[in-house]
Design a protein around this ligand. Structure first.
Ligand code: ADP
Ligand code: MG
Length: 392
C-alpha cells in the first residue's frame, strides 16, 4: 500500500476520499465530529506540502439520490472551523463542480457533495470514477470506514489516478495488521454484541492467533444454548447453534471462555426485575441482558493480564443503564490493560465513548464494518485498489 508521504503533491490537485459519515441532529447539526477530526491530520499535511487544491469526497447516510437532508453542508462548516480555513461546498452538478474547482484560488479546500447523490457511486461505475478523477491529479484514500465497499469513490477512482493511503488509513491498517500477526498466548480477544453470524469470520480468523477468546453479549447466549443450557427468552440465533457447537468441540475449544453467570430480567423494560443467575439455573421466563459479576471478574482478570487485547461487541444491552454494567466493566479492564488495547465496531465504540474510558484505550477504530472485515483476513477492495498500478 503506497503511503501518502511518498506522493509529490506540491502544486498538484489532490482528491481525498475521507469518511465524513457523521450523525446529524434534527436541525442538521453535526452531533459527533470524531470522524471529521480524524481526517484533519492528512488534510493539514497536504496543505502544508503545497498541494494546489484539495477536493474532498465522502458519503453521508444512505440517500438514494440528491437529498438536502444528507447534504455535506454541515460538514463543510465544521471542517472549516477545525482547519481554520474556508472549505467551499461544490455544486452537485459535476461539470459545474469541476469548473468551480479549477477556478478556485491556489491552496483551496473544496468539498464535493455527498457521493451517494450520484447513482454511479455504489455501482462502482467506471464513468463516474472518471468524472471524479477529472477533478484532480492525485488520489488519497483516507476513509478507512468505507474501504470494505467497492464503490466508485473507493475503487474506480483509485485505478485512474496515482493513489496513496492517508495517515488515518495507514494507522488503522498498521494496528489491525499487528493484531493478525499475534501468535503468543498473551493476546486476548473479547467478542460480544448481537449476532454470532456477523462475527463468525472474525472468530475463525482470530482463534488460532489468540490465547483466549472471551464471549459475552447475546452472542454468548447462542454458545450457552449449544452447551445445552436453558436460556429462557434470551436473544439467541437458532441458525448459529450448530457452528457454536462445532467451535466448542473444535481444535481451539480450550481457548473459549463463556460467562458463568448472567443478569436475567423479565423483559427489557422491567429492569427492576433484574437478578444474577448462574448459567444452568436460568428461570423459565425472562432473558439474559448482561453478563453477571463473577463473569465480569473473570473476564476483567484475563484482560488486565494480557499483553494485547482486542474488543468488539457490547457484553449486554448497554443502551439500558441497568444492563450496561458488564460492558462498562470490560471497558474499564481494557483501559487498564498494560499492553496494547484496541476497540472496533459501531456499537462497541459508542459504548466505550459512553463508558468514559475511551482516552485510556490505545486505538479506537473509526471503521465499524471495515475493522471486522479486515480482521476476517480479507483484502478490502478500497485497499486492494491502492496496490494496483495507476493507468492515468
Ligand atoms: P458492534 O456494532 O460493536 O459490532 P453489534 O452490532 O454486534 O456490535 O451488537 C450490539 C448490540 O448487541 C447492542 O445494541 C446491544 O444491545 C446488543 N446486545 C448485547 N447483548 C445483548 C443481549 N444479551 N440481549 C440482547 N441484545 C444484546
Ligand atoms: Mg452494530
Amino acid at each position: 500500500m503506497r503511503e501518502l508521504q511518498s506522493l509529490d503533491v506540491r502544486g498538484r490537485a489532490v482528491l481525498v476520499r475521507a469518511d465524513f459519515n457523521v450523525p446529524l441532529g434534527p436541525m442538521g447539526e453535526v452531533v459527533d465530529d470524531t470522524r471529521i477530526r480524524a481526517a484533519v491530520p492528512t488534510l493539514r499535511w497536504l496543505v502544508g506540502q503545497g498541494a494546489s487544491r484539495l477536493v474532498l469526497a465522502s458519503h453521508l447516510g444512505r440517500p438514494k439520490g440528491p437529498d438536502a437532508r444528507c447534504s455535506l453542508r454541515p460538514v463543510a462548516d465544521r471542517l472549516s472551523k477545525l482547519l481554520d480555513m474556508p472549505v467551499a461546498l461544490l455544486p452537485v452538478e459535476l461539470d459545474e463542480a469541476r469548473l468551480a474547482a479549477s477556478a478556485a484560488p491556489e491552496g483551496s479546500v473544496l468539498l464535493l457533495e455527498n457521493t451517494r447523490f450520484y447513482p454511479g457511486e455504489t455501482a462502482n461505475d467506471a464513468e463516474f470514477g472518471r468524472r471524479l478523477a477529472s477533478l484532480a491529479e492525485l488520489f488519497v484514500q483516507d476513509a478507512f470506514g468505507s474501504v470494505h465497499r467497492a464503490h466508485a469513490s473507493t475503487v474506480a477512482v483509485a485505478r485512474l489516478l496515482p493513489s496513496a493511503a492517508g495517515l488515518l488509513l495507514q494507522r488503522e491498517v498498521e494496528v489491525l495488521s499487528s493484531l493478525l500477526q499475534q501468535t503468543g498466548g498473551s493476546f486476548t480477544a473479547v467478542l460480544g454484541g448481537a449476532k454470532v453470524s456477523d462475527k463468525i469470520g472474525v472468530i475463525d480468523n482470530l482463534l488460532p492467533r489468540v490465547g483466549a477468546l472471551l464471549i459475552g453479549g447475546a452472542m454468548a447466549n447462542t454458545f450457552l444454548l449449544a452447551q445445552g443450557h436453558r436460556m429462557g427468552a434470551s436473544l439467541i440465533e437458532p441458525d448459529a447453534v450448530e457452528v457454536a457447537s462445532s467451535l466448542l468441540s473444535g481444535e481451539w475449544s480450550r481457548k473459549i471462555l463463556l460467562p458463568s453467570d448472567l443478569v436475567f430480567a423479565e423483559s427489557l423494560d422491567r429492569p427492576e426485575t433484574a437478578q444474577t443467575v448462574q448459567v444452568g439455573q436460568a428461570p423459565g421466563n425472562g432473558a439474559a441482558y448482561d453478563i453477571g459479576p463473577a463473569t465480569v471478574q473473570a473476564f476483567g482478570e484475563k484482560i488486565r493480564t494480557s499483553e494485547t487485547v482486542f474488543w468488539n461487541g457490547p457484553m449486554g444491552v448497554f443502551e439500558t443503564e441497568r444492563f450496561a454494567r458488564g460492558t462498562y466493566a470490560v471497558a474499564s479492564a481494557v483501559a487498564d490493560c498494560p499492553g496494547f488495547s484496541v476497540v472496533g465496531g459501531g456499537d462497541s465504540v459508542a459504548a466505550v465513548e459512553r463508558s468514559g474510558y475511551a482516552d485510556r484505550i490505545d486505538h479506537i477504530s473509526t471503521g465499524g464494518g471495515a475493522s471486522l472485515e479486515f480482521l476476517e483476513g480479507r483484502l478490502l477492495p478500497g485497499i486492494a485498489a491502492l496496490e494496483e498500478p495507476a493507468h492515468a
